[in-house]
Design a protein around this ligand. Structure first.
Ligand code: FES
Ligand code: FES
Length: 161
């Protein structure tokens, strides 16, 4: 089937099998390889994208659902100031960065930061429920989130909390 959708702000077309997973379409048809193919069962978050405004595992989205949708991958999100806030916060807190879980970790962080500027542990834990990071313990990730919030606050308001 031929699918048309918006990918990182561009109108795109792809010719694919109806059941081909979005993660495979992104990697094979568009070379967007920061979307990783991990568990392929919706459990690890490595394949996360923003799908019609919500962070979603692209391994669970078949091609026929992609038709007419709007998708932002980590490559697209990395062009934003919001992305820079998060990677700077993670880096400052010593969050590991092997690349495997980046899509899940960074997009989940953005979703959390959009919801609240003071996430407590429970909000953090729930936001990262679908992300399996093998390299960084949750406490360090939480510190990275708090650091990213501070960086964003300084960028927007020019002062610390
Ligand atoms: S590969 Fe999609 S959630 Fe793990
Ligand atoms: S940084 Fe390696 S899996 Fe998360």
């Amino acid at each position: 089937m031929t699918i048309r959708f918006i990918l990182n702000g561009d109108d795109v077309v792809a010719s694919v099998e109806a059941n081909k997973r979005l993660v495979s379409i992104l990697r094979e048809n568009f070379s967007l390889v920061r979307t990783k193919s991990g568990c392929l069962s919706g459990a690890c978050g490595a394949c996360s994208v923003i799908f019609n405004g919500a962070v979603s595992p692209s391994c669970l989205i078949p091609a026929f659902r992609v038709q007419g949708s709007e998708i932002i991958t980590l490559e697209g999100f990395s062009q934003t100031d919001e992305y820079q806030d998060i990677v700077a916060g993670f880096s400052g807190a010593g969050v590991e960065n092997c690349g495997y879980c980046d899509a899940g970790k960074i997009l989940a962080a953005e979703l959390l930061l959009e919801k609240t500027t003071r996430p407590d542990w429970e909000e953090f834990y729930n936001a990262f429920n679908g992300v399996r990071c093998r390299c960084t313990e949750p406490e360090r990730l939480y510190a990275g989130i708090l650091a990213a919030i501070e960086i964003r606050r300084r960028r927007i308001y020019g002062r610390s909390s």
